[in-house]
Write a protein that binds this ligand. Structure first.
Ligand code: ADP
Ligand code: MG
Length: 584
């Protein structure tokens, strides 16, 4: 008598929409979940061509009985659930008994398994998407599933897949999530023959965090430990000095399952309220352990969402647990100090949040923001400025204020110029012009070695050609490791490793739509790093040169990120303000 049962129609019909196998990552997710449910302590994943050609997942779990092989790949057959009441106390990752059946129907599929209580193992395979063959096989305890040519019989699905690099990244992100949730399991992910990712299985979550976010971030993450029986929240959240421009690094697990939940995210953000800038997000990995009957996992086709029986209680616990961890650490003065420091950086980073009108007390004083395209320039007074000529008039230098702005006089008014934004614009145009030819590059005295977290390494690898055009000389030097031999001359004086990190930091997951713009995005980042900063006193000569160079620019009125480089006060406006002419 086997262990796997076909669910009765009654139970099967209560199961939320079936497994959705929509991409290679979904196959990997289901197979790894099965391995974890089987109690494996070692799980090895191999992919080829981003999983489209091959996905192989091997585990050393308890295995499948020979007599159960056929049921394992049958629809609605599972060993994890029996009665419909079981649906409300699920402790395993799988429960629908559909994944293997769905995967086998869209691939060339084989499963080899030996149950630990049996002498010989078995193999079941489906070569052409129709019918299964079963045979004996001699191998170690555990299970290996081999999925070849995924979607060979549903080409439409293949068409909707993202680029290989994106699919590969989704898979590695998934495995890092599993690694975090199950630190006592040893995971290995191979792409072709290369080992992309490996966790030791020694139970140390910080070690896995350092693979994902780098050693420095992992070291600084604050530990969350919260218990209010029978609820527990554990994990890590970033101190206020470490933030990101998007929510992508906010991760939640509920009872060992990676969950995406908007309300959980906002509970966490509330904990940071007023401590970090609006538009910035923390890094977090939080594990919620809740009674099984408290969580309905049967609400989402890929099991990526759950429903809580007392949502408010859960959210308030997340907020309290995180706030407590933050407050416990933020009383240390050193962290406060670095908070303020990085807060400044964040401010200058806020391109997307920037709103010209709200920064200016008087509506008539407008920055000349020609690149604003979203229709905010409705008002007529603003319209005047949109018609300003593209090039700047000759400017007479007057001086610098606040070590940040340069004041200049033009034929028709006063210009207040942000030295950092202006310098960024100058460097950017110079770099873009040089790109068609050769960008001056500065060889390093001795080559530097950079280790990057996996995801950044994949991104960097993909951009080596572009970086070469921009003056970097970088080559691969082992897994997730690069050798830097030269950097753009513009970045002289900057630690080359930091220079590389600036380039890969915050890259979007999927850069396909931006493919043509990628050079300019990277160039803009380099220029941002290389430009003079606000708060830096410039000599008169330096200020004049900056103005002259800005006059030469094709788009002098905005920095490469679209922020204004200058505010203009016309003589006309000044006269009105001083009551010399008309009224306001
Ligand atoms: P579910 O996980 O929802 O039960 P699946 O289609 O993923 O459904 O798997 C069907 C059954 O096959 C599981 O219930 C389990 O008994 C068995 N099985 C699948 N993968 C493994 C594995 N790696 N090790 C042991 N048993 C497995
Ligand atoms: Mg399963």
């Amino acid at each position: 008598m086997g262990i796997i049962n076909v669910l009765t129609d009654e139970v099967a019909s209560q199961i939320a929409a079936g497994e959705v196998i929509e991409r290679p990552g979904s196959v990997v997710k289901e197979l790894v979940e099965n391995a974890i449910d089987a109690g494996a302590s070692q799980i090895t994943i191999r992919i080829s061509e981003a999983g489209k050609k091959l996905i192989e997942v091997s585990d050393n779990g308890k295995g499948i009985l020979f007599s159960d092989l056929e049921l394992a790949v049958a629809r609605h057959a599972t060993s994890k659930l029996n009665l419909s009441s079981d649906l409300f106390k699920i402790k395993t990752l799988g429960f629908r008994g559909e994944a293997l059946a769905s995967i086998a129907s869209v691939s060339q599929f084989s499963l080899l398994s030996k149950h630990r209580d049996e002498e010989v193992g078995g193999k079941i395979q489906n070569k052409d998407g129709k019918g299964f063959e079963i045979s004996h096989y001699g191998g170690p305890d555990g299970t290996t599933v081999i999925v070849r040519n995924l979607f060979f019989n549903v080409p439409a699905r293949l068409k909707f897949l993202k680029s290989d690099i994106t699919e590969k990244q989704k898979i590695s992100a998934l495995i890092t999530k599993f690694g975090l949730a199950y630190p006592e399991v040893r995971f290995q992910l191979f792409n072709e023959r290369q080992l992309l990712l490996q966790s030791s299985g020694n139970g140390d979550r910080r070690e896995i965090l350092s693979q994902i976010y780098g050693v420095e971030v992992a070291r600084q993450m604050l530990e969350v430990k919260f218990e209010d029986h029978p609820y527990r929240i554990n994990g890590f959240i970033s101190p206020i000095a470490i933030t990101r421009s998007n929510r992508r690094d906010i991760t939640f697990f509920v009872n060992g399952r990676w969950i995406q939940d908007v309300a959980l995210n906002s509970a966490l953000l509330k904990a940071y309220h007023t401590m970090i800038m609006v538009g910035r997000y923390p890094v977090s990995v939080l594990f919620l352990d809740l009674p099984a009957d408290f969580v309905d996992v049967n609400v989402h086709p890929t099991k990526a969402e759950v429903r809580f029986s007392k949502p408010d209680l859960v959210f308030s616990m997340v907020q309290r647990a995180s706030r407590r961890a933050l407050l416990a650490y933020s009383s240390v003065p050193e962290i406060c100090h670095s908070y303020w420091k990085s807060d400044n950086i964040i401010q200058s980073d806020q391109e997307t949040q920037w709103s010209p009108a709200s920064m200016l007390p008087n509506q008539d004083v407008q920055p000349i923001l020609r690149q604003t395209t979203d229709g905010v320039m409705g008002n007529e007074k603003r319209q005047e400025f949109v018609d300003t000529p593209k090039h700047l008039p000759l400017l007479r230098h007057i001086g610098q204020i606040g070590a940040t702005y340069i004041i200049a006089e033009g034929p028709d008014g006063l210009y207040l110029i942000d030295q950092h934004a202006a310098h960024e614009r100058i460097l950017f145009e110079k770099m873009m012009k040089q790109m068609s030819d050769v960008i001056p590059s500065q060889p390093l005295l001795s080559p530097e070695i950079v280790h990057l977290p996996l995801q950044q390494a994949v991104l960097l690898q993909d951009k080596l050609e572009i970086l070469k055009k921009l003056g970097f000389e970088i080559s691969e030097f082992g897994p997730n490791t690069f050798q830097v031999r030269a950097i753009p001359a513009l970045l002289i004086g900057i630690n080359p490793i930091e220079g590389i990190k600036v380039v890969v930091e915050d890259f979007e997951d999927d850069e396909k739509p931006l493919a043509g713009m990628i050079e300019s995005i990277i160039a803009a980042r380099i220029c941002k790093r290389a430009a003079v900063k606000g708060g830096q006193i410039l000599s008169k000569e330096e200020q004049r040169t900056l103005l002259e160079n800005l006059e030469q620019c094709d788009a002098p009125r905005t920095c490469p990120h679209g922020r204004p480089t200058m505010i203009y006060l016309s003589v006309d406006l000044l006269e009105k303000q001083f009551g010399r002419k008309g009224s306001l």
